[in-house]
Write a protein that binds this ligand. Structure first.
Ligand SMILES: Nc1nc2c(c(=O)[nH]1)N[C@H]1C(S)=C(S)[C@@H](COP(=O)(O)O)O[C@H]1N2
Ligand SMILES: [Mo]
Length: 369
């Protein structure tokens, strides 16, 4: 049996450092290393990074968040004052809407993510509604626009990274102004000193380096809201913004191309998650031998995996299945998650023109000797 490659680098007692795998250098886009995905909580230094413009110079000292727009009293708040407010802690799946795009054929434009633009982190933050209530939201307000300190050019127009949320989502008690991740202050790459975390949604909602929250009375039409991050049909028709995470699973063990032994029990493990706070109800596993044929419509023999206890409504859920391969040769292991609403992962890779929300059954190829 070949061991999974070890990306851990010792850094003091008990500490590990995991290097994300760079896909593009400028702006920096990097995937979570496979070895780090076996962890229930993804280490901060390993979590994938998705930047449009790069890290802006915002330290905690001069940082302020302006809350304004259609409110009774606009104000700004500094870092110390925000830290003093009551924090809420949540384990949250962070997944890029483009995760899995490179599986789609033909390849849609965009960062060619494999299946590792994802992780699950433990966030602590102040619910945004606390600041909204302090400002006093106007009755005719419909959305809140969240602004990052980073800016750059998109098709010749300079813009900050800005995204809006419907007022009810912005005011949901689980929508957080996160100051900490995995028990430590946020790192610069993940939005220090403060980022938005909107549990259950694709991570494009989680504005990093947050400096502004503007209440608006008409739907926001910024580039990252109205032009980018839309589902677009194969015929080019926009179908609306990416919002809720689609149900999905990941196989973390065995590692791809691992050699397994015939007649020996192997633990197949992974994570599964869905969006909108809907829990994963079921994960099924199938071991498909090369001789079985690979037409996904003929795939039968799904077996119930055991689910770990849930770590909260927005965390991914660990699952495992004990498998004893009976034949030598190449196998493909598949996992399929179903959530409490009955949404299940499709067998075939869904396709859309921008390559978002790719959630087919997970698969890994292994060899039995
Ligand atoms: N200010 C700002 N926030 C941002 C982005 C960005 O480029 N700038 N990228 C978004 C996208 S598309 C994703 S997937 C997540 C990635 O978060 P991470 O880099 O901490 O993993 O941040 C989101 N928030
Ligand atoms: Mo993203």
């Amino acid at each position: 049996m070949t061991a999974a490659p070890d990306f851990r680098v010792a850094r003091g007692p008990g500490a590990t450092a995991w290097a994300p795998e760079t896909l593009t250098a400028d702006p920096y886009n990097a995937q979570t290393p496979a070895a780090a995905l076996t962890e229930p909580v993804t280490p901060a230094e390993a979590l994938f990074v998705r930047d449009h413009f790069g890290i802006p110079p915002t330290g905690p000292g001069p940082w302020r968040l302006r809350v304004g727009g259609a409110v009774a009293t606009a104000f700004s708040i500094g870092h110390e004052e925000l830290l003093a407010l009551e924090h809420r802690e949540l384990d949250v799946v962070v997944e890029c809407a483009g995760n899995g795009r490179s599986l789609m054929r033909p390849a849609p434009p965009g960062v060619p993510w494999g299946q590792r633009a994802v992780g699950c982190a433990h966030f602590a933050g102040v619910p945004f509604h606390v600041l909204a209530d302090r400002a006093g939201v106007d009755p005719e307000a419909v959305e809140v626009v969240f602004t990052g300190a980073d800016r750059g050019s998109v098709r010749g127009r300079r813009t900050p990274f800005e995204r809006s949320l419907p007022l009810a989502v912005a005011r949901h008690p689980d929508t957080l102004l996160a100051t900490r991740m995995n028990g430590e202050p946020l790192t610069p790459g993940h939005g220090a000193p403060v980022r938005l975390v909107v549990p259950g949604r694709y991570a494009v909602a989680d504005v990093k380096w947050l400096v502004g929250a503007r209440v608006v009375t008409a739907p926001f039409a910024g580039v990252f809201q109205a032009e980018e991050y839309l589902y677009v049909t194969p015929h080019g028709t926009p179908e609306g913004p990416v919002t809720t995470l689609r149900v999905k699973s990941l196989i973390t063990e065995p590692a791809p191309d691992e050699d397994l032994r015939r007649g020996h029990e192997t633990l197949v493990r992974g994570h599964a998650w869905s969006g909108g706070g809907v829990p994963v109800h079921r994960v099924e596993v199938r071991a498909e031998h090369e001789d079985d044929g690979r037409d996904p419509d003929r795939v039968r023999g799904w077996h119930e995996a055991a689910l770990d206890p849930p770590a909260g409504p927005y965390a991914w859920r660990g699952w495992s299945y004990r498998w004893t391969p009976q034949q030598p040769g190449p196998y493909r292991l598949l996992s399929r998650a179903t959530d409490a609403r009955g949404e299940t992962q499709p067998l075939r890779t869904p396709w859309n023109a921008r390559g978002y929300g790719c959630n087919p059954v997970a698969s890994v190829e292994v060899v039995v000797v």
